[in-house]
Design a protein around this ligand. Structure first.
Ligand code: ARG
Length: 475
């Protein structure tokens, strides 16, 4: 039996059900669909379409369905083509006759958009909490690193020494932007589409503002066609998550490099590394590699979904059912990656000796020599050329740079101190720069930002209907 048997004569072909059914993935929307349906029942009562008793019977049936879902006793029927039809069928079985009134004034088009917004709102903020944890982990490790330094790279060539904490916080700031983006995405998606009906609203006296408030949405849709067509929030969420994945991939790539014997900057904890099935000596950074790889998959989810949206006429089209799998996958993968990377960052051992030795090569202070000359009134281009010449000389003739510096009339013994280990990094004193004095200030600002963002995240939950959350644990 289908919901449209009045219109279509023969029953739906098996291949069609197999092709069009979304139940195997959209059952994750069960809890959110119940929130939407409860609000809809309240809305029907509010509009006088259901009397008090009828509404009570439906709400009791919804409560029972919620229990069945939570307890794992909910039984899906072969004709359930998606979670929305399954829940309506079951509510009707429990409630009896009045069940036939449940879908009054509602379409699956506004229903599914409502449930998916509720789901996305909660899950994105949940990812946001994970991001905050990873940022805290980076901040902790940054603090512990004290004044340790390592080479900063451009083009993957050693460029200038930077504090380890500065490097770790650089990733932290990227994640802070991710979190900010998610909070804004949630703010924009906080619009109830319920009451848009199939596409045009209703002849019944429904009050979309009322149901919006029931579900804790900040506002209702402005245009019913837009309400059932709009999946911008899915595209935005996919972008936000893809960019998180890109950021995680960059952390992952550095962990892969740093844990290699060639770099030797970090030792991964055994719990966050994997071995080889053949080579007994191997300890691999698979977590970091997968974090790097997941970004490809997440970008695919985003671009695949944008391709689905492109050229779709208004309003609802079944194409839109394809919004869910990429979104669910993106949330799942990013959540897993954040969890594993957080553990990896927290448990890794940084090998500061190796980092500092790599950063103490004399050429790392080349720009400091040039700036030293600038402080003594030499134009920078000229200073740059002098020091560049000394570095080339040193390499070509195999003479230590220090000797050449000492022998140079414009530099001399006084400038030699710049080449001493650990000196160059202390000279990065401009705000936001890589030296100890300014990094301490940056660390304070970062910690403050974390506090503010934690507060924003918890605020974002205020006024929401409680949902049990995602039913993904049920098969
Ligand atoms: N499972 C469908 C989806 O996710 C529900 C909406 C179906 N609406 C329709 N008119 N066929 O989009």
């Amino acid at each position: 039996m289908t919901l449209w048997e009045g219109r279509l004569g023969s029953s739906t072909a098996d291949e069609v059900m197999a092709f069009t059914s979304s139940l195997h993935f959209d059952r994750r929307l069960a809890a959110d669909d119940l929130v939407g349906t409860r609000a809809h029942v309240q809305g029907l009562a509010h509009a006088g379409i259901l009397d008090k008793e009828e509404a009570a019977v439906l709400l009791a049936a919804l409560a029972r369905v919620e229990e069945e879902l939570a307890g794992g006793s909910f039984v899906f029927a072969p004709g359930d083509e998606d979670i929305h039809t399954a829940l309506e069928r079951r509510v009707t079985e429990i409630a009896g006759e009045v069940g036939a009134k449940l879908h009054t004034g509602r379409s699956r088009n506004d229903q599914v958009a409502t449930a998916l917004r509720l789901w996305t709102r909660r899950e994105l903020l949940q990812v946001g909490r994970g991001l905050l944890e990873l940022q805290r982990a980076l901040s902790m490790r940054a603090e512990e690193a004290g004044e340790a330094y390592l080479p900063g790279y451009t083009h993957l060539q050693r460029a200038q020494p930077v504090l380890v904490s500065h490097h770790l916080l650089a990733h932290g700031w990227a994640l802070a932007r991710d979190l900010d983006r998610m909070i804004h995405t949630v703010d924009r998606l906080d619009v109830s589409p319920l009451g848009a009906g199939a596409l045009a609203g209703s002849s019944l006296p429904l009050v979309p503002d009322f149901v919006a408030a029931e579900m804790g949405f900040s506002r209702r849709f402005e245009n019913s066609l837009d309400a059932v067509s709009d999946r911008d929030f899915v595209a935005e969420a996919l972008f936000d998550l893809a960019l998180v994945a890109v950021h995680l991939s960059r952390i992952g790539e550095e962990m892969v490099l740093w844990s290699s014997e060639e770099f030797g900057f970090v030792m991964l904890d055994d719990a966050y590394a994997t071995g080889s099935s053949m080579l007994p000596q191997k300890k691999n950074a698979d977590v970091a590699e997968l974090a790097r790889a997941k970004a490809g998959r997440l970008i695919g989810n985003l671009t695949g979904f944008l391709a689905i949206l492109k050229g779709l006429p208004l309003s609802y089209n079944r194409d839109l059912q394809e919004d869910k799998e990429p979104l669910f996958d993106a949330v799942d993968q990013v959540s897993l990656a954040i969890g594993a990377l957080t553990g990896m960052v927290l448990s890794a051992t940084f090998v500061f000796d190796r980092m500092q030795a790599a950063a103490d090569g004399p050429a790392a202070a080349a720009v400091d020599l040039a700036e030293w000359l600038v402080e003594r009134s030499m134009p920078f281009r000229q200073a740059h050329s002098i020091v560049g010449g000394l570095v080339r000389d040193s390499i070509e003739r195999g003479v230590p740079l220090g000797e050449l510096v000492q022998a140079h009339p414009a530099l001399g013994t006084e400038a030699l101190v710049l080449l001493e280990p650990g000196v160059a990094v202390t000279r990065r004193t401009t705000p936001g720069g890589a030296g100890p004095a300014v990094v301490a200030a940056q660390m304070d600002r970062f910690r403050h930002r974390l506090e503010v963002d934690a507060e924003r995240l918890s605020h974002a939950y205020e006024g929401w209907s409680t949902t049990r959350g995602d039913e993904k644990t049920q098969s």
